[in-house]
Design a binder for this molecule. Structure first.
Ligand code: PEP
Length: 253
């Protein structure tokens, strides 16, 4: 089986200011420099990308973007292009995050378009998938998650899968303090990996990293990372504290 490196992402959402963001990035750079077993990515707000890059550029921490618009340039007021992000040293992008699906109403079609656009431009794409509480309670978790997976990867070929990371993030666990049990999370991660094997092959399935996201904190990180199909975490709230994000990174080291 391919050895997968853990990947820990810190999604800062619309939080921090310039000063606290730079201080946080510096703490993340310090801890990431001591951990060789995992990749660390931070996703700061757009206006701080350049400043955060100046803090992390000589560390192993990668710079990510929470969003972009899938066109090269033009009349898209308020949007940001992939080339602009490249100029700022961004290498990873989030696509399909639950807040973009459910708060900003991004459709599966737009999400697939974004995946293709960013893949063509050689970004690492973190494709987020996850069910709402109503969908889970109705017993539809796998239908929803595997449907979002299939739709997001519709045009992604074998070769491009090396640039894809999947983040399984149950919507009911994001920012709520409720985490999926390690057993429930593992069951969905295992199903995602099986779906990758049938859509692609065993090699793609065993080498694609699948992060868990949803109220990951220092207290539950180790148990989640011990699951065979959980390859790290996408972290929101706990990524805003240098101490707690460091403890999560250390749990993967
Ligand atoms: C997220 O924003 O992707 C996330 C998982 O948030 P939190 O860790 O706060 O649940």
């Amino acid at each position: 089986m391919t050895q997968r490196r853990y990947i820990i992402g810190g999604n800062w959402k619309m939080n921090t200011d310039l000063e606290t963001g730079m201080a946080l990035a510096s703490q993340v750079a310090d801890v990431a420099s001591t951990c060789e077993a995992c990749d660390v990515v931070v996703y700061p707000p757009f206006p701080y990308l350049q400043a955060i890059d100046s803090v992390i550029s000589s560390s192993p921490v990668a710079l990510g973007s929470q969003n972009f618009w899938p066109e090269a340039s033009g009349a898209f007021t308020g949007e940001v292009s992939c080339d602009m992000l490249k100029d700022l040293s961004v290498t990873s992008v989030l696509v399909g995050h639950s807040e973009r699906r459910h708060v900003l109403h991004e459709s599966n079609a737009l999400i697939a378009q974004k995946v293709d656009f960013a893949i063509e431009r050689d970004f690492q794409v973190v494709l987020c998938v996850g069910e709402t509480i109503e969908q889970r309670e109705a017993g539809n978790t796998l239908d929803i998650v595997l449907g979002q997976l299939q739709s997001g990867l519709e045009s992604v070929n074998h070769e491009s899968m090396k640039n894809i990371v999947i983040a399984y993030e149950p919507v009911w666990a994001i920012g709520t303090g409720k985490t999926a049990s390690a057993e429930d999370a593992q069951a969905v991660h295992g199903a995602i990996r099986e779906a990758l094997a049938s859509r692609y092959d065993d090699n793609v399935a065993s080498s694609t990293r699948i992060q868990y996201g949803g109220s990951v904190k220092p207290e539950n990180a180790k148990e989640l990372f011990a699951c065979p199909d959980i390859d790290g975490a996408l972290v929101g709230g706990a990524a805003l504290s240098g101490e707690s994000f460091a403890a999560i990174i250390e749990a993967a080291c």
